[in-house]
Design a protein around this ligand. Structure first.
Ligand code: ATP
Ligand code: MG
Length: 250
Protein backbone atom coordinates (compact mmCIF):
# COMPACT_ATOMS: atom_id res chain seq x y z
CA UNK A 1 0.00 0.00 0.00
CA UNK A 2 1.40 3.36 -1.02
CA UNK A 3 -0.44 5.52 1.46
CA UNK A 4 -0.47 4.83 5.18
CA UNK A 5 -4.14 5.14 6.13
CA UNK A 6 -4.76 5.22 9.89
CA UNK A 7 -7.40 2.67 10.96
CA UNK A 8 -9.13 5.40 12.96
CA UNK A 9 -9.89 7.48 9.88
CA UNK A 10 -13.68 7.96 9.70
CA UNK A 11 -13.78 6.82 6.09
CA UNK A 12 -11.07 4.18 6.40
CA UNK A 13 -12.82 1.52 4.32
CA UNK A 14 -13.46 3.88 1.44
CA UNK A 15 -9.82 5.02 1.38
CA UNK A 16 -8.52 1.45 1.45
CA UNK A 17 -10.79 0.62 -1.47
CA UNK A 18 -9.51 3.64 -3.39
CA UNK A 19 -5.92 2.49 -2.80
CA UNK A 20 -6.72 -0.99 -4.09
CA UNK A 21 -8.12 0.48 -7.31
CA UNK A 22 -4.98 2.63 -7.69
CA UNK A 23 -2.84 -0.48 -7.20
CA UNK A 24 -5.01 -2.29 -9.74
CA UNK A 25 -4.24 0.42 -12.30
CA UNK A 26 -0.51 0.18 -11.60
CA UNK A 27 -0.59 -3.60 -11.94
CA UNK A 28 -2.35 -3.40 -15.32
CA UNK A 29 -5.49 -5.04 -13.91
CA UNK A 30 -7.93 -2.13 -13.70
CA UNK A 31 -8.51 0.10 -16.73
CA UNK A 32 -8.75 3.90 -16.74
CA UNK A 33 -12.46 3.73 -17.40
CA UNK A 34 -12.74 1.47 -14.37
CA UNK A 35 -11.25 4.28 -12.33
CA UNK A 36 -14.01 6.61 -13.47
CA UNK A 37 -16.66 3.96 -12.76
CA UNK A 38 -15.20 3.65 -9.27
CA UNK A 39 -15.66 7.38 -8.72
CA UNK A 40 -19.32 7.10 -9.69
CA UNK A 41 -19.69 4.18 -7.33
CA UNK A 42 -18.11 6.11 -4.44
CA UNK A 43 -20.53 8.97 -4.93
CA UNK A 44 -23.53 6.65 -4.78
CA UNK A 45 -22.08 4.83 -1.78
CA UNK A 46 -21.89 8.15 0.07
CA UNK A 47 -25.56 8.78 -0.71
CA UNK A 48 -26.49 5.29 0.49
CA UNK A 49 -24.53 5.79 3.73
CA UNK A 50 -21.71 3.31 3.00
CA UNK A 51 -23.66 0.42 4.49
CA UNK A 52 -25.64 -2.58 3.33
CA UNK A 53 -29.27 -1.48 3.32
CA UNK A 54 -32.21 -3.76 4.10
CA UNK A 55 -33.20 -3.99 0.43
CA UNK A 56 -29.61 -4.78 -0.61
CA UNK A 57 -29.40 -7.56 1.98
CA UNK A 58 -32.65 -9.02 0.65
CA UNK A 59 -31.25 -8.98 -2.90
CA UNK A 60 -28.02 -10.58 -1.64
CA UNK A 61 -30.07 -13.36 -0.04
CA UNK A 62 -31.97 -14.04 -3.25
CA UNK A 63 -28.73 -13.89 -5.25
CA UNK A 64 -27.18 -16.51 -2.97
CA UNK A 65 -30.24 -18.74 -3.41
CA UNK A 66 -30.16 -18.28 -7.20
CA UNK A 67 -26.48 -19.22 -7.37
CA UNK A 68 -27.05 -22.33 -5.25
CA UNK A 69 -29.99 -23.39 -7.44
CA UNK A 70 -28.22 -22.73 -10.74
CA UNK A 71 -27.29 -25.53 -13.11
CA UNK A 72 -24.26 -23.69 -14.48
CA UNK A 73 -23.49 -20.45 -12.61
CA UNK A 74 -20.59 -18.25 -13.73
CA UNK A 75 -19.08 -15.21 -12.04
CA UNK A 76 -17.85 -12.61 -14.51
CA UNK A 77 -14.79 -10.71 -13.29
CA UNK A 78 -13.66 -7.32 -14.57
CA UNK A 79 -10.72 -5.10 -13.64
CA UNK A 80 -12.40 -3.41 -10.67
CA UNK A 81 -13.65 -6.68 -9.20
CA UNK A 82 -10.24 -8.31 -9.57
CA UNK A 83 -8.54 -5.38 -7.83
CA UNK A 84 -11.04 -5.11 -4.98
CA UNK A 85 -12.16 -8.63 -4.04
CA UNK A 86 -10.05 -11.33 -5.76
CA UNK A 87 -9.93 -13.73 -2.80
CA UNK A 88 -13.62 -13.25 -1.99
CA UNK A 89 -14.67 -13.99 -5.60
CA UNK A 90 -12.81 -17.29 -5.42
CA UNK A 91 -14.39 -18.12 -2.08
CA UNK A 92 -17.86 -17.33 -3.46
CA UNK A 93 -17.19 -19.55 -6.49
CA UNK A 94 -16.13 -22.40 -4.21
CA UNK A 95 -19.12 -21.95 -1.90
CA UNK A 96 -21.71 -21.92 -4.69
CA UNK A 97 -20.01 -24.22 -7.23
CA UNK A 98 -19.73 -21.36 -9.73
CA UNK A 99 -17.08 -20.97 -12.39
CA UNK A 100 -15.12 -17.75 -12.92
CA UNK A 101 -14.57 -16.01 -16.24
CA UNK A 102 -12.59 -12.84 -16.83
CA UNK A 103 -14.61 -10.47 -18.95
CA UNK A 104 -13.47 -6.93 -19.46
CA UNK A 105 -15.19 -4.08 -21.16
CA UNK A 106 -12.15 -2.60 -22.92
CA UNK A 107 -10.39 -5.76 -23.84
CA UNK A 108 -6.67 -6.06 -24.36
CA UNK A 109 -4.93 -9.42 -24.36
CA UNK A 110 -2.43 -8.16 -21.81
CA UNK A 111 -4.95 -6.91 -19.27
CA UNK A 112 -7.00 -10.08 -19.68
CA UNK A 113 -3.89 -12.14 -18.91
CA UNK A 114 -2.90 -9.89 -15.98
CA UNK A 115 -6.29 -10.46 -14.37
CA UNK A 116 -6.08 -14.22 -14.92
CA UNK A 117 -2.62 -14.27 -13.31
CA UNK A 118 -3.86 -12.17 -10.40
CA UNK A 119 -6.78 -14.56 -9.76
CA UNK A 120 -4.53 -17.59 -10.03
CA UNK A 121 -2.17 -16.01 -7.52
CA UNK A 122 -5.16 -15.78 -5.17
CA UNK A 123 -5.91 -19.47 -5.63
CA UNK A 124 -8.45 -19.61 -8.48
CA UNK A 125 -8.71 -23.04 -10.05
CA UNK A 126 -11.95 -23.23 -12.06
CA UNK A 127 -11.32 -20.45 -14.58
CA UNK A 128 -12.88 -20.21 -18.03
CA UNK A 129 -10.16 -18.79 -20.25
CA UNK A 130 -11.20 -19.62 -23.83
CA UNK A 131 -12.30 -16.88 -26.22
CA UNK A 132 -14.21 -19.11 -28.61
CA UNK A 133 -17.78 -17.76 -28.46
CA UNK A 134 -19.60 -14.51 -29.17
CA UNK A 135 -22.57 -12.90 -27.42
CA UNK A 136 -24.93 -11.92 -30.28
CA UNK A 137 -25.68 -8.26 -31.10
CA UNK A 138 -22.80 -6.61 -29.28
CA UNK A 139 -19.66 -4.83 -30.56
CA UNK A 140 -17.13 -7.60 -31.14
CA UNK A 141 -14.53 -6.92 -28.43
CA UNK A 142 -17.03 -6.86 -25.62
CA UNK A 143 -18.86 -9.91 -26.91
CA UNK A 144 -16.02 -12.45 -26.70
CA UNK A 145 -16.68 -15.18 -24.15
CA UNK A 146 -15.84 -18.80 -23.34
CA UNK A 147 -18.27 -21.27 -24.96
CA UNK A 148 -18.17 -23.39 -21.80
CA UNK A 149 -18.37 -20.40 -19.43
CA UNK A 150 -20.57 -17.30 -19.73
CA UNK A 151 -21.92 -18.45 -23.11
CA UNK A 152 -23.33 -21.64 -21.63
CA UNK A 153 -24.24 -20.30 -18.18
CA UNK A 154 -27.82 -20.21 -16.94
CA UNK A 155 -26.99 -17.63 -14.28
CA UNK A 156 -24.27 -14.99 -14.51
CA UNK A 157 -23.16 -12.79 -11.64
CA UNK A 158 -21.72 -9.65 -13.20
CA UNK A 159 -20.54 -7.08 -10.69
CA UNK A 160 -20.42 -3.62 -12.34
CA UNK A 161 -21.90 -4.64 -15.65
CA UNK A 162 -22.58 -2.23 -18.48
CA UNK A 163 -26.17 -1.69 -19.60
CA UNK A 164 -25.68 -2.89 -23.21
CA UNK A 165 -23.93 -6.10 -22.33
CA UNK A 166 -26.44 -6.80 -19.62
CA UNK A 167 -29.30 -6.53 -22.13
CA UNK A 168 -27.44 -8.77 -24.60
CA UNK A 169 -26.96 -11.45 -21.94
CA UNK A 170 -30.63 -11.17 -21.02
CA UNK A 171 -31.61 -11.66 -24.68
CA UNK A 172 -29.70 -14.95 -24.54
CA UNK A 173 -32.18 -16.07 -21.87
CA UNK A 174 -29.82 -15.93 -18.91
CA UNK A 175 -30.67 -14.89 -15.38
CA UNK A 176 -28.43 -11.96 -14.48
CA UNK A 177 -27.34 -10.82 -11.04
CA UNK A 178 -25.50 -7.50 -10.82
CA UNK A 179 -23.95 -5.46 -8.07
CA UNK A 180 -24.33 -1.78 -8.86
CA UNK A 181 -24.37 1.14 -6.43
CA UNK A 182 -26.48 3.17 -8.84
CA UNK A 183 -30.11 2.00 -8.58
CA UNK A 184 -30.99 4.14 -11.62
CA UNK A 185 -28.47 2.72 -14.10
CA UNK A 186 -29.65 0.83 -17.16
CA UNK A 187 -27.92 -2.23 -15.76
CA UNK A 188 -29.81 -1.97 -12.49
CA UNK A 189 -33.09 -1.78 -14.39
CA UNK A 190 -32.36 -4.60 -16.86
CA UNK A 191 -31.14 -7.18 -14.40
CA UNK A 192 -33.12 -9.93 -12.66
CA UNK A 193 -31.48 -9.37 -9.28
CA UNK A 194 -29.82 -6.00 -8.65
CA UNK A 195 -27.74 -5.63 -5.51
CA UNK A 196 -27.41 -1.92 -4.73
CA UNK A 197 -24.36 -2.24 -2.50
CA UNK A 198 -20.61 -1.87 -2.70
CA UNK A 199 -19.11 -5.05 -4.04
CA UNK A 200 -16.64 -5.01 -1.15
CA UNK A 201 -19.61 -5.55 1.19
CA UNK A 202 -21.86 -7.50 -1.16
CA UNK A 203 -19.53 -10.37 -2.04
CA UNK A 204 -18.64 -11.25 1.61
CA UNK A 205 -22.35 -11.01 2.50
CA UNK A 206 -23.36 -13.38 -0.32
CA UNK A 207 -20.71 -15.88 0.82
CA UNK A 208 -22.03 -15.89 4.41
CA UNK A 209 -25.65 -16.11 3.29
CA UNK A 210 -24.89 -18.93 0.81
CA UNK A 211 -23.20 -20.92 3.59
CA UNK A 212 -26.35 -20.54 5.72
CA UNK A 213 -28.74 -21.30 2.84
CA UNK A 214 -27.01 -24.59 2.12
CA UNK A 215 -29.05 -26.03 5.01
CA UNK A 216 -32.35 -25.14 3.29
CA UNK A 217 -34.33 -27.34 0.93
CA UNK A 218 -34.52 -26.67 -2.80
CA UNK A 219 -38.19 -25.74 -2.37
CA UNK A 220 -37.32 -23.15 0.28
CA UNK A 221 -34.67 -21.65 -2.02
CA UNK A 222 -37.10 -21.59 -4.94
CA UNK A 223 -39.63 -19.84 -2.73
CA UNK A 224 -37.11 -17.05 -2.04
CA UNK A 225 -36.74 -16.49 -5.78
CA UNK A 226 -40.45 -16.67 -6.43
CA UNK A 227 -41.25 -14.01 -3.82
CA UNK A 228 -38.61 -11.60 -5.13
CA UNK A 229 -39.46 -8.46 -7.06
CA UNK A 230 -36.49 -6.54 -8.49
CA UNK A 231 -38.49 -3.42 -9.31
CA UNK A 232 -39.49 -3.22 -5.67
CA UNK A 233 -35.82 -3.58 -4.67
CA UNK A 234 -34.87 -0.60 -6.84
CA UNK A 235 -37.74 1.48 -5.45
CA UNK A 236 -36.70 0.58 -1.91
CA UNK A 237 -33.07 1.44 -2.65
CA UNK A 238 -34.09 4.93 -3.77
CA UNK A 239 -36.30 5.33 -0.69
CA UNK A 240 -33.37 4.30 1.52
CA UNK A 241 -31.16 6.92 -0.15
CA UNK A 242 -33.79 9.60 0.43
CA UNK A 243 -34.19 8.54 4.08
CA UNK A 244 -30.42 8.69 4.58
CA UNK A 245 -30.21 12.15 3.01
CA UNK A 246 -33.10 13.37 5.14
CA UNK A 247 -31.23 12.18 8.23
CA UNK A 248 -28.13 14.04 7.13
CA UNK A 249 -29.93 17.34 6.75
CA UNK A 250 -31.99 17.01 9.93
P1 ATP B 1 -25.24 1.77 -17.34
O1 ATP B 1 -24.38 1.43 -18.52
O2 ATP B 1 -25.69 0.55 -16.59
O3 ATP B 1 -26.38 2.67 -17.62
P2 ATP B 1 -23.04 3.44 -16.35
O4 ATP B 1 -22.59 3.62 -17.74
O5 ATP B 1 -23.17 4.62 -15.44
O6 ATP B 1 -24.39 2.60 -16.26
P3 ATP B 1 -20.96 1.53 -16.08
O7 ATP B 1 -19.65 2.18 -16.28
O8 ATP B 1 -21.53 0.80 -17.22
O9 ATP B 1 -22.06 2.52 -15.55
O10 ATP B 1 -20.86 0.61 -14.78
C1 ATP B 1 -20.29 1.06 -13.58
C2 ATP B 1 -21.31 1.07 -12.47
O11 ATP B 1 -20.72 0.45 -11.34
C3 ATP B 1 -21.71 2.48 -11.98
O12 ATP B 1 -23.11 2.56 -11.89
C4 ATP B 1 -21.11 2.61 -10.57
O13 ATP B 1 -21.97 3.29 -9.69
C5 ATP B 1 -20.98 1.16 -10.15
N1 ATP B 1 -19.86 0.89 -9.22
C6 ATP B 1 -18.59 1.37 -9.26
N2 ATP B 1 -17.84 0.87 -8.26
C7 ATP B 1 -18.64 0.03 -7.56
C8 ATP B 1 -18.45 -0.82 -6.43
N3 ATP B 1 -17.27 -0.89 -5.79
N4 ATP B 1 -19.48 -1.56 -6.00
C9 ATP B 1 -20.69 -1.51 -6.64
N5 ATP B 1 -20.94 -0.73 -7.72
C10 ATP B 1 -19.93 0.03 -8.18
MG1 MG C 1 -22.44 1.99 -19.17
Amino acid sequence: MKMDIPGTHPRYQSLVTREKIAEGIEAGITGEIGLIAHGRGEAFDYLIGEKTTISAYRAETVAAAALLLARHPVISVNGNTAALVPGEIIKLANTTGAGIEVNIFYRTKERHQNILNHLQKHGASKLYTSTDAIIPDLPHNRAIVDSQGIYKADIVLVPLEDGDRCSALKRMGKTIITIDLNPMSRTAKTTDITIVDNLTRAIPNIITIAEELKNKTIIELQQLLKNYNNQQTLKDAIKEIIAHLNNQSA
